[in-house]
Design a protein around this ligand. Structure first.
Ligand code: PAF
Length: 288
């Protein structure tokens, strides 16, 4: 496995490859990330992972400075799952001047849910993903692939739209969320949880499952009942000491509130939640 730090070195390493399969990450890798690499491997003619903690997607009060940087351990894990190239740029390698050109996703996709609680987050994500795609795919002559975890459901949906709208030669592949034995979605931020919080953390997914069950039971009457069901899910978490940002039922396509027709169409809904447990903010979702 080759470790490269600059865009020039990455492009040189990719020069003889026509169809890279790419997994962008911020490092501190867990089994969920490694699974993305396993999915990527058979798709292209070379497998690339990036490790870059992207300042642009963190608000000033968020955990950019303390986000774990574990390059050596990450590289060992990536080598084990057969990654060919790791691109780990320093900030000056990826953003040599302040990155003032940015990708602005549309408000109706990016200012709701995560974007409502983390203003500017998706501008930061789209900007770095666009730039990473330029580094990885600009020289490829065939279709490339990029694999994203469905845990960041809105992120994946927005990146799909970005790729379509900019006619980028990249197929976005969504990978199912990996979970711990008790059902907690794997996340780099799980490492922030105390032992007691870790035992409690599974309640986010359990409460989302209850919301999913109630939404399906409502059927075509979901639009009338949705607000009440969501409130009940938020209250259930609050009663256990959580501070929920949202617990919601949306249609998969664009994460807008479902109509009665959406509610009865097969495979059209997703439940999504974000909530803070102590100092740690967790997100999760289930397609229903
Ligand atoms: O999902 C992540 O880890 C990040 O948002 C990404 C896609 C690597 C961009 O920094």
């Amino acid at each position: 496995m080759k470790l490269v730090h600059t865009i020039d070195d990455l492009r040189a390493a990719l020069a003889s490859h026509a169809s890279p399969a790419f997994v962008p990450t911020m490092g501190n890798l867990h089994e969920g990330h490694l699974n993305l690499v396993r999915t990527a491997r058979p798709l292209g003619d070379v497998t690339v992972a990036s490790i870059f903690v992207n300042r642009l997607q963190f608000a000033p009060h968020e955990d950019f400075d303390t986000y774990p940087r574990t390059l050596e351990a990450d590289c060992a894990k990536l080598a084990e799952v057969g990654c060919d190239i790791v691109f780990a740029p320093a900030e000056k390698d990826l953003y040599p001047e302040p990155q003032v050109f940015k990708v602005q996703p549309p408000a109706e996709l990016a200012d709701i849910l995560e974007g409502h609680f983390r203003p500017g987050f998706f501008t930061g994500v789209c900007t770095v993903v666009m730039k990473l795609f330029q580094c990885v795919f600009a020289r490829s002559t065939a279709q490339g692939y990029a694999v994203f975890g469905k845990k960041d459901y809105q992120q994946q949906m927005i990146i799909r739209r970005m790729v379509e709208q900019f006619a980028m030669p990249v197929t976005i592949v969504g990978e199912e969320t990996r979970r711990a034995a008790d059902g907690l979605a794997l996340s780099s931020r799980n490492g922030y949880l105390s032992e007691t919080e870790r035992a409690e953390a599974v309640q986010l997914s359990l409460t989302l499952r209850d919301l999913a069950r109630d939404a399906l039971a409502a059927g075509g009457a979901l639009p009338e009942h949705r607000a009440g069901l969501e409130q009940r899910a938020m209250d259930a978490l609050r009663a256990r000491g959580w501070a929920p940002d949202y617990m919601t039922v949306r249609r998969r396509l664009d994460l807008q509130p479902p109509t009665a027709a959406d509610a009865v169409a097969p495979q059209s809904l997703v439940v999504l939640g974000a909530a803070r447990l102590g100092k740690t903010r967790l997100i999760d979702n289930f397609e229903i």
